[in-house]
Design a protein around this ligand. Sequence first.
Ligand SMILES: NC(=O)c1ccc[n+]([C@@H]2O[C@H](COP(=O)([O-])OP(=O)(O)OC[C@H]3O[C@@H](n4cnc5c(N)ncnc54)[C@H](O)[C@@H]3O)[C@@H](O)[C@H]2O)c1
Length: 281
Amino acid sequence: MEISIIGSGTMATGITQVICNSNEITKVNIVARTEAKAVNVIEVCKKGIKRLVRKSKLTEAQAIEAVEKLEACTDLEVVRNSDLIIEAVAEDFIVKMELFSKLSSLVHENAIVATNTSSLSVTAFASVLLNPKNVVGLHFFNPAPVMELVEIVVGHETSSSVVDKLESFTYMLGKSPVVVQEAPGFVVNRMLIPMINEAVSIFSEGIASAEDIDKAMKLGAHHPMGPLALADLIGNDVNLSIMETLYSETGDPKYRAHPLLRKMVRANHLGRKTKKGFFEY
Ligand SMILES: NC(=O)c1ccc[n+]([C@@H]2O[C@H](COP(=O)([O-])OP(=O)(O)OC[C@H]3O[C@@H](n4cnc5c(N)ncnc54)[C@H](O)[C@@H]3O)[C@@H](O)[C@H]2O)c1
C-alpha cells in the first residue's frame, strides 16, 4: 500500500511517524511546498523512531525499514500512484479546497482521499473530486504517535466500504476509531475547543493565573493536561479556526471565539510552534 501525506506541520509529521511503522505500507510520500519542509518531516520522524528503538518498541531493522519508506516530495503528481492520500495542511477552508481541486485530476479512481481537518466539511472537499464516495475524514489527534483515537468522519457521499476500510486501517495502525457523521467539530472538538475557549475567558477575566487554571483542571477534573497548555499544543491558530467554524456553521453565540484568542493569533502567539502562547517554550 502506498500513501501520500500532504503537509509538513505538526500533524503531517505525527501521522507520517505512525504510518511508516506499519508493515503493510510500502511507501510514504511526504508532499510539502518546499523540499526543506518535507525533509524536516523525515528528520523529525527519524528522531521519533529512534526513541521507539531506545524503548525497545521497534528493532533496529524495523526502524531502518520504516525510514526507507519515506520520500520527500514537492510535486503533487506523486499522488497518482497512492492508494490513500491524507491531507494535513493548514485548517483553512480555501487552502484545503484549492488542494482538493488540484487533487481531482491526479488521484486514481480507487484511491481514498482523507482529510485530517479538525472541523471543516468533508462533503465540501468531496464535491470537487470525481469520486466523492472515496472522500472521508480521518481525524488523528495530537500528538499522533501517542493518541489512540481516530475519528472517521462520514461525509454526505462517503461510501460505507470506504468507512469499513478505514476502520481496519486504523486498527492496523494500533489506533482505535469512532465513526462520526459530518458535523462541525465532530465529537471531540465540539466539546474540547469550546472548553479551551472558556479557559481563555477565565484567564482574560483575571479569575486565576494560567498555571492555576491548568492546575485546577488537572487536579479537579483529572485532565492529563490543563486547557491552556493544551491550547498551546494544538496551536492557537487551529483553536481559533475551529471556533470560527463552530460559530459560522451553527450561528450559535455560545461558540463565539474569545477576543483574547483572536488577539493572540494576530500577535503570532500560537503556542509551542512559535515558542510563545499562554506559556513560553
Ligand atoms: N494541531 C492539532 O492539535 C491538530 C489535531 C488534529 C487535527 N489537526 C488538523 O490537521 C491539519 C494540520 O494542522 P497542524 O496542526 O499540523 O498545522 P501546522 O500549522 O503545524 O501545519 C500546517 C501545514 O500546512 C502547510 N500549508 C499551509 N498552507 C498550505 C498550502 N496552501 N499548501 C500546502 N501546504 C500548506 C504549512 O506549510 C504547514 O506545514 C489541520 O487541518 C488541523 O485542523 C490539528
